[in-house]
Design a protein around this ligand. Structure first.
Ligand SMILES: Cc1cc2nc3c(=O)[nH]c(=O)nc-3n(C[C@H](O)[C@H](O)[C@H](O)COP(=O)(O)OP(=O)(O)OC[C@H]3O[C@@H](n4cnc5c(N)ncnc54)[C@H](O)[C@@H]3O)c2cc1C
Length: 451
């Protein structure tokens, strides 16, 4: 048995159900638990995500008894120096399956640094489920069937009595705080498990219906925990049974797996069109209207409440993610990438696969996308999914004086805009027709070559 191994925590900031961590302990008597901070990425992440990461690292360090080695720098330099300094015989980690991590792996390989990689942040690793003819799935429902039939391993327990190597100086975890007025959910493995257990008790049975109502706690809010790997999806799939709410929940987890699979086979779709014909569409440059969308001041209450939720919580409900995305692309005619970038700056659950493909689905240019001509009506969506205006009132104090009946079109009532809420910046009916006209233009155009 080798003496020492390095375990590199990447997007798996947890001890339980972490096969790569167990593998490192199998091999080494002592394990050096490491997190490499990429200062450039941290800088770009924005305040919300930085604060979440710092809190998650603090929780991880606590569960390691203070043994976390937190080193800033380029993984090639950090890993080769640490290996030399500590005499470690191997470096263990999971497979990243995301563009940033894949690029790191490539660089390490070129530099001759060998990684022992086990597992991923998915129940079924991206690329594993293929059609009978060996090609990847392009449509969710058949993917879901094949993914379910493939199945996954049972979760594994956290290591018992691990022998961590402590750093010579305690890790200095940055004291990144959220800006004033922002509240983000608790980070860390223990918080993830607690939230999931509470969700199972509270909502899994009713989840099928409750998940669409943004004004209530109808969803699990497990996405930030999954993003940082504070819990593995296997642990979440394990207790799910056959009740309707459980089945719907399993299907949502499978959307995350589907999009990771699609990105794995089509890496360019992190920033570029899955359906290339939409590249040819006429789009508007982001200007004042884009700024109003970012600021939650479009004059459409359901859209604005959601954009303010994003900035205030670093998270947004799935229903409203679709509504604001549709509004940006089909009412303001702005390319989806601008919206996706704004999301990536604020979301604490930012995930390239789910974000880029969530955007492309709504914009009509993704895999089995919502057809482009299906344009979300931001007023009707609000009436249907927030009938009393509870969600709107939570984030838009300027509209709290209005009834559920009046709140969705405040410009129609006498005192609707009396507290400073703006007029709508566009006429939805007109812009809907405009976006359909733009669709006709690209239908008539010569097709572009697929990427
Ligand atoms: C425009 C747009 C952008 C998005 N960007 C992201 C992103 O950056 N990161 C992210 O994790 N999700 C993203 N999603 C998917 C989805 O909105 C979130 O996963 C969900 O809102 C997270 O809340 P929850 O944990 O309470 O979800 P729940 O309803 O409790 O679902 C449980 C889990 O299933 C997965 N899931 C649910 N819905 C989806 C979905 N539509 N696509 C993929 N996975 C799903 C998530 O991992 C989620 O945590 C995006 C969706 C859209 C329409």
């Amino acid at each position: 048995m080798a003496n020492r191994a390095i375990f590199w925590f990447r997007r798996d900031l947890r001890l339980a159900d972490n096969p790569a961590l167990l593998a490192s302990l199998d091999e080494g008597k002592e394990v050096i638990p490491l997190f490499i901070m990429d200062d450039e990425i941290a800088e770009r992440a924005g305040d919300h995500r930085r604060a979440y990461l710092a809190a998650s690292l603090r929780a991880l360090n606590d569960s390691l008894g203070g043994a976390l080695h937190l080193i800033s720098g380029d993984p090639v330099a950090v890993l080769s120096e640490l290996k030399k300094k500590t005499g470690a015989s191997s470096i263990h980690c999971a497979f990243p399956y995301a563009p940033y991590g894949n690029a790191q792996d490539e660089k390490l390989k070129k530099a001759g640094i060998e990684l022992t990689q086990v597992g991923s942040g998915y129940a079924v690793a991206p690329g594993r489920v293929l059609k009978d003819d060996g090609t990847p799935y392009r449509v969710y429902t058949p993917f879901y069937r094949a993914w379910s039939a493939h199945g996954w391993r049972k979760p594994v327990a956290a290591p018992k009595n691990p022998n961590w190597v402590s750093p010579s100086k305690l890790a200095k975890i940055p004291d990144w705080k959220v800006p004033a007025g922002v509240t983000i959910q608790e980070a860390g493995e223990a918080a993830a498990l607690k939230r999931f257990k509470e969700f199972l008790k509270r909502a899994a049975d009713e989840y099928g219906d409750a998940r669409n109502i943004p004004g209530i706690e109808g969803t699990s809010r497990m996405s930030p925990h999954l993003r940082w790997g504070e819990i593995h999806p296997r642990t979440m799939l394990e207790p799910l049974g056959q009740k309707k709410g459980h089945e719907v929940y399993r299907k949502e987890i499978a959307w995350r797996e589907f999009y990771a699979d699609v990105l794995h086979h089509n890496p360019h779709t992190s920033r570029d069109y899955y359906d290339v014909k939409y590249k040819k569409m006429r789009y508007a440059k982001p200007g004042k209207a884009f700024q109003a969308w970012c600021d939650g001041k479009t004059g459409f209450p359901f859209v604005d409440a959601a954009m303010r939720q994003l900035v205030q919580e670093g998270w947004m409900h799935n229903r409203t993610r679709m509504v604001v995305a549709s509004f940006l692309v089909k009412d303001l005619h702005i390319e989806w990438q601008h919206g996706a970038n704004f999301f990536m700056k604020y979301l604490i659950d930012n995930d390239v696969a789910s974000n880029s493909h969530g955007w492309q689905w709504t914009a009509g240019c993704g895999t089995d996308a919502s057809p482009y001509y299906r344009v979300f009506n931001p007023i009707e969506q609000g009436r249907r999914f927030d009938p009393e205006g509870d969600y709107i009132k939570r984030f838009i104090p300027e509209l709290r004086h209005l009834s559920g009946e009046d709140i969705h079109e405040p410009w129609l009532v006498l005192d609707g805009l009396s507290k400073g809420y703006p007029e709508p910046i566009v006429d939805h009916a007109k812009e809907r027709l405009e976006s359909l006209a733009r669709l006709e233009e690209i239908k008539a155009a010569k097709p572009l070559k697929p990427n």
